[in-house]
Design a protein around this ligand. Sequence first.
Ligand code: ZN
Length: 135
Amino acid sequence: MVHCSGGNQKAKAADVLAFFLAPVSKKGRGWKAPGYHYFIEANGTIVEMWPEEKVSNGVKGYNSVSINVCYAGGVDLSVPGNPPVDNRTPQQKASLLILLKSLKAKYPGAEIRSHKDFANKACPSFDATKEYASL
Ligand SMILES: [Zn+2]
C-alpha cells in the first residue's frame, strides 16, 4: 500500500513514528503500531519504521496482509485546507521505485496499490496503482 504522510514534507521518520505511538494526551495517536512499515523522507532516505513481520495500521481491513509504504508530504500546506498535491521530490520518486521493486521481488504475488483504492481519501495524492502497475 502506498501512502503520503499528509503533513510536512520535511518530517523525519522518527518524529512520525513518535507521533503514532505517543498517547493522545501527549498529542499523539496512541496507537500500538505506526501507520507505515517504510517511510521515505524528502531527501530520499528510506527508513524502516516498523518490521515487515509486524502488522502496521495503514489501511483498515487490509493491515494483516499489507506492507505500508509512505512518503513525507502529499499536501499543500500553503493553501487553506491543505489540499492533496503530488509533491514527491525526485529523490522520493527514485526511492519509492527502489523500495517497491525490492518488495515486489520479495513478494512476487503482491499488488502495489494506492491507499485511496480502499478508502475515501486522496492518499497518496497520485495514482500509485497505475504508476507502478508494471513493476
Ligand atoms: Zn494513506
